[in-house]
Design a protein around this ligand. Structure first.
Ligand code: G3P
Length: 478
């Protein structure tokens, strides 16, 4: 029988009163790997109450003490890297080595956040009134940053640990309490991660983790009056959340259709290596994955040959073996990817490899001569399938990139740095990488998307600031 993991509320591990559970399907075996509690709305209410109470005391806890606990949690997280990584392998089919990297990166993120927090929250501002016309020097204004209250964190399946701590650590260092709703695939990894925070000794109720069906507790959580801030990473659900949420700060990282623009003078070996890393790592299931290559016609043949040669070397198989390409997260995801591939086939795209699928495992596929009438030119496969569109001018590439409803990242390959900067300025995306594939990290860099790719900016410093409010006290002199 499969174990049903408990949820975390008021510093304790609990069974839901619903008596129901949600199954987590191993993407590789397609069998139930774990089960988690299907929490009820009443249990969410309880968690919100305890989060509110715990936050009041936490906000008064000295900043250095908050940092100390975060450092402790980071160390414990790293000590548990093997067991958490094992869950990542089984729940989301992340290649074993990458799974360990995710946990270590998360520990580093938590520590960095503690260090950054003590610095930026340890400083305020002092203003005097006579700099504004008509005022005497009779008012002194003191500013500081105060917490928002209860932060709701909703990370996606592809980084259930890292994209959870990237919300948890800034929230906590800033004096907020935190309610986590992990993705179903990845929930057990998240619960293990929460256990590390539990072991570090955070006060009861400060961190909670509720599991369950989105249909039951999703809207209930995001529209809950007790929530003072939402930090969400994922897909279209984020757009729905932003429409329904109350008057609270939102941090949203949604999809992307990151373009890779390749100019005539680019180092094609470097481009090919980055297309492989950017397009196929974790089987393309990253919002920052290269999702469309826009190559100048004059170099496209040579580039496609180089990418093809590297695709042929990718190891396809189970995540336990550290394969490069592993099964995608669910059958419905695999079906969606297949739909995009079939549409491209019907409309005449050139298949650089044979399309092959076994269960949720899809072999890496490069589609050349993709045209704008094909769905894959615009939609996010979130799988190991990459379209190449041949362009005749840089303007054509920029136009394609900007016609997308997404605007997360993009990249441009050229040896001409001046051209690269002009292209970067013209691309309507949150970030442009010059001569490298898109990526969120290092985790202290600002990370943001425009249009349907998100709201606000992340990265450690920006997240800490976003989870605070400015408070001012004005001293009025006689
Ligand atoms: O898909 C989530 C996004 O944050 C990607 O992160 O580190 O793979 O660029 P990364």
């Amino acid at each position: 029988d499969v174990e049903v993991y408990k949820y975390y509320s008021d510093g304790e591990w609990k069974k839901s009163s619903s008596g129901k559970s949600v199954a987590i399907i191993n993407p590789t075996t397609r069998k139930t790997q774990y089960k988690v509690q299907a929490c009820t709305q009443e249990e969410v209410n309880k968690v919100m109450d305890t989060a509110k109470t715990a936050q009041k005391t936490w906000a008064k806890t000295p900043l250095w003490k908050r940092a100390e606990l975060l450092h402790k949690a980071a160390a414990i997280l790293k000590e548990h890297k093997a067991s958490i990584a094992e869950c990542l392998v089984k729940e989301i089919a992340k290649p074993a080595k990458d799974a360990v990297t995710e946990v270590v990166r998360s520990g580093d993120l938590v520590s960095y956040c503690a260090e950054e927090g003590v610095r930026i929250l340890g400083e305020g501002k002092f203003l005097v009134s006579d700099s504004f016309p008509g005022n005497e020097r009779t008012k002194y204004c003191l500013t500081s940053k105060i917490p928002l209250g209860v932060v709701l964190a909703i990370p996606p399946f592809n980084y259930p640990v890292n994209l959870a701590v990237s919300k948890i650590a800034p929230a906590l260092i800033a004096g907020n309490s935190l309610v986590l709703k992990p993705p179903t695939q990845g929930a057990v990894s998240a619960l293990h991660m929460v256990h590390c925070f539990h072991l570090a000794g955070f006060p009861k109720g400060l961190i909670s983790c509720v599991t369950g069906k989105g249909s039951e507790i999703g809207d209930f959580l995001t529209m809950h009056p007790g929530v003072n801030c939402i930090s969400f990473t994922g897909g279209d659900t984020g757009i729905a959340i932003s429409k329904k949420a109350g008057m609270i700060p939102l941090q949203m990282e949604l999809g992307g259709k990151d373009a890779c623009i390749v100019l005539e003078d680019a180092d094609l070996d470097l481009v090919a290596a980055n297309i492989i890393k950017g397009g196929f790592s974790y089987s393309g299931q990253r919002c920052t994955a290269v999702k469309v290559v826009l190559a100048m016609e004059s170099v496209a043949d040579a580039l496609v040959e180089k990418v093809k040669a590297r695709v042929a070397k990718l190891i396809v198989g189970p995540p336990e073996n550290d394969s490069d390409i592993t099964p995608v997260v669910s059958e419905s995801s695999a079906n969606f990817i297949e739909g995009l591939v079939m549409d491209a086939k019907q409309k005449g795209a050139t298949f650089c490899q044979e399309y092959k699928r076994e269960g949720n495992l899809i072999w890496p596929l490069l589609l050349d001569n993709v045209r704008p009438d094909m769905r894959i030119a615009w939609e996010e496969p979130f799988g190991p399938v990459l379209p190449v569109i041949r362009i005749n001018s840089v303007e054509e590439g920029i136009h394609h990139c900007n016609a997308s409803n997404f605007g997360l990242q993009g990249c441009v390959f050229t040896k001409d740095v001046n051209k690269a900067i002009l292209i970067s300025d013209a691309m309507e995306t949150g970030t442009v990488q010059i001569n490298s594939a898109p990526a969120r990290g290092p985790d202290h860099f600002p990370f943001q998307g425009i249009k349907d790719s998100g709201i606000g900016s992340q990265g450690i410093t920006n997240s800490i600031n976003m989870m605070t409010k400015v408070k001012t006290t004005v001293i009025n002199l006689p």
